[in-house]
Design a protein around this ligand. Structure first.
Ligand code: AMP
Length: 287
């Protein structure tokens, strides 16, 4: 497995792969790898001849009071995990290598970035879109994969690639969960045992909501209010619960189109996100 730390070495590497007619698949991450990340590696494999995992804690996507400084970093362990999973190359640039003095270009994806995480984390998706476009360019990505756990991020990246004519194919991968349902996240290590157990209210509440859409006529606003209350009752501080159109992320008026339920909530200082697909209701058939 190659470990590359600067864009020039990476360009050389992907130029060689492309000359040999090989297709490059990219898994962008911030490291502290867990099974959710590693399943992205497995899922992209059939779509690529060479798999690159990028590990970069991107300062541009953290707000001033967020956890950039204390975000978990474990590069040697991450490399061992990648190697064991058959990754071909790890790209691990440093901050000055990504954003040299004088850096001044950013990518702003407008509507789809505005609500939900975009509203509670101003500048977050600008930072994400900018770094992802750089990583796609630097790696020579033919295909890249992102987790559905960050549902809004996946829509932002798809929109960016469409709008800016980036040729990489963008794949979305299902959310990987702990056996009890908690969505895997590098931030779960911040949770105390009690917070971790309380935070199961998110996944349980989302599944309950999903089932309510499928089997009752309850309206989006009512189900949204119920999940906000459930999370608050579990000791969490809900940031938002959004019942949204799956791609545009505009709020749903009813369940007649493909939807998603999105949640962000804090348990103590730890911010967690999760989401589920919503079934389409045959609203015509309802009385
Ligand atoms: P991160 O390192 O948190 O920026 O995540 C890197 C990639 O892994 C993103 O595309 C995430 O959506 C994805 N990811 C993180 N956690 C999970 C999970 N539990 N299931 C699926 N994908 C995930």
């Amino acid at each position: 497995m190659q470990i590359l730390t600067n864009p020039h070495a990476l360009r050389q590497w992907h130029t060689e792969q492309h000359r040999a007619g090989l297709r490059i698949g990219v898994v962008p991450t911030m490291g502290a790898l867990h099974e959710g990340h590693l399943q992205l590696v497995d899922q992209i494999r059939p779509h690529a001849d060479r798999v690159v995992v990028t590990i970069f804690v991107n300062p541009l996507q953290f707000g001033p009071n967020e956890d950039f400084g204390r975000y978990p970093r474990q590069f040697p362990t991450d490399c061992a995990l990648c190697e064991a999973r058959g990754v071909d190359a790890v790209y691990h640039p440093d901050v000055p290598g990504m954003y040299p003095d004088g850096f001044q270009t950013h990518v702003e994806v407008e509507q789809v970035s505005q609500r939900w995480c975009g509203a509670s984390r101003p500048g977050h998706f600008r930072g994400v879109a900018t770094v992802v476009l750089k990583l796609l360019n630097q790696t020579g990505a033919d295909v890249a994969i992102f987790g559905q756990k960050d549902w809004q991020q996946l829509q932002v990246i798809r929109q960016m690639c469409r709008d800016l004519d980036h040729p990489a194919e963008i794949l979305g991968a299902p959310i990987v969960r702990e056996p009890d349902g908690l969505a895997m996240s590098s931030r779960n290590v911040y949770l105390s045992a009690e917070q971790r157990s309380n935070a199961l209210a998110i996944s349980k509440g989302l599944w309950h909501l999903q089932q309510q859409v499928a089997s009752t006529a309850r309206a989006p606003a009512e189900l949204q209010a119920e999940l906000l209350a459930t999370i608050a009752a579990s000791g969490g501080q809900p940031e938002y619960v959004g019942l949204v159109q799956a791609e545009s992320l505009e709020p749903l008026d009813d369940f007649s189109v493909a939807g998603r339920a999105l949640v962000a909530a804090r348990y103590g200082a730890t911010r967690l996100i999760d989401n589920v697909e919503l079934p389409v209701r045959d609203v015509q058939a309802k009385p």
